[in-house]
Design a protein around this ligand. Structure first.
Ligand SMILES: CSC[C@H]1O[C@H](OP(=O)(O)O)[C@H](O)[C@@H]1O
Length: 358
């Protein structure tokens, strides 16, 4: 199986259908925003950064297949389709931020009299969308380096560390390399990783199906544990730190991430284990003051009662299936971004000027 979640070439978009992993590696075409919305909503592609990139590229596919004669019509088309794409999944903020940035760009181009031709405006918008791929990859490598530095201040006697992560935050959740899994990759490449532990991450099993494969694929020394084994692991083994991804980080540092993250943070606190969130600025939502204001997506019960199409729960049982939970800032040691690691308390002040410079 390849580790490339997204393929973009010459205006053609394909995604690795992550519902089939790890058994089958199959790319499916995304021919426009409706395909993009459906793939995101069904979780054929998932992961906050990957959602924003695939959603935006699905718009680019549609734009490149249409001729526009009027800049205002083009701007209205772009804004409407971006709003539609944002409705596919509510918790991750990356698609919303991408939509805001692209709408601002469309407004700027539309009012720029030096750009008389709607087709030229379309070309510039598509170039901005395409640039998201390389930027995300570069950001992830920087997150990896800053994250490795954060861990190594607490390294073990041999200078190596044991790290736990949750869900999938690797190449299959981003344009490549990953966020939290990127930190693990950087530690491994620096020869500083003693061992990585990944949770299976019920009910969608991103850990068992996706992270385990990425770790095995790259021969990173690792062990998978059940979600319910994290406290026993921390009691029996020295874990130098936990690093997880983020779907939406509020201005005060409260972080929405895959369900189960919050309880790992509580257990880490009990065991004195540092707890890091690794995420690009595109996952930080300064417009949301705290985690109470983050909408948590609830997924269908069938994703709990069935695994791989096989029923594992008694018919008729009621289910509660929130896809995410919110880890309060006081349980987070630092938030690792492409610009450095920041405490939750300093986050807003540190990144506000950085976001403005984007
Ligand atoms: C690189 S952030 C990935 C983030 O997204 C995952 O959620 P989902 O698989 O439902 O999209 C999980 O929360 C990860 O931390």
């Amino acid at each position: 199986m390849t580790l490339q979640a997204i393929k973009w070439a010459g205006g053609r978009l394909e995604i690795l259908d992550q519902l089939l992993l790890p058994h089958e590696s199959k790319y499916i075409p995304v021919n426009g925003v409706e395909d993009g919305w459906k793939a995101i909503n069904a979780m054929q592609v998932r992961g906050a950064p990957a959602i924003a990139i695939v959603g935006s590229l699905s718009l680019a596919v549609e734009l490149l297949g249409t001729t526009f004669n009027d800049k205002t019509v083009l701007r209205q088309d772009v804004e409407g389709k971006l709003n539609y794409l944002c409705s596919a999944r509510p918790t991750a903020v990356n698609m919303k931020i991408a939509a805001e940035e692209l709408t601002l760009e469309a407004n700027r181009l539309s009012s720029d009299d030096s750009i008389s031709d709607a087709e030229e405006m379309k070309k510039q918008l598509c170039l901005k969308i395409e640039a998201m791929l390389e930027k995300d990859l570069n950001d992830n490598r920087n997150i990896g380096e800053f994250g490795a530095l954060s861990f190594l201040t607490r390294a073990g006697v041999n200078g190596k560390v044991r790290v736990l992560t949750h869900c999938n935050t690797g190449s299959l959740a981003t344009a490549g390399y990953g966020t939290a899994l990127g930190v693990i990759r950087s530690l491994f490449h620096q020869g500083k990783l003693e061992h990585a532990y990944c949770t299976e991450t019920r009910p969608y099993n991103q850990g068992a199906r996706l992270t385990a494969y990425e770790l095995v694929h790259e021969r990173i020394p690792s062990t998978m544990v059940c979600d319910s084994a994290v406290s026993a692991l921390m009691k029996s083994t020295t874990i130098h730190g936990v690093v997880v991804g983020a779907d939406r980080i509020a201005a005060n540092g409260d972080t929405a991430n895959k369900i189960g993250t919050y309880q790992i943070a509580v257990v880490a606190k009990h065991h004195g284990v540092p707890f890091y969130v690794a995420a690009p600025l595109t996952s930080i939502d300064l417009d949301t003051p705290n985690g109470d204001r983050i909408v948590i997506e609830e997924r269908p019960a069938v994703e709990m009662t069935h695994v791989g199409g096989q029923q594992i729960a008694a018919s008729g049982i009621h289910c509660w299936n929130p896809a995410f939970d919110v880890t309060p800032a006081e349980l987070i040691t630092a938030i690792i971004t492409e610009h450095g690691a920041f405490t939750p308390g300093e986050l807003a002040d540190k990144i506000t000027p950085l976001k403005k410079s984007l």
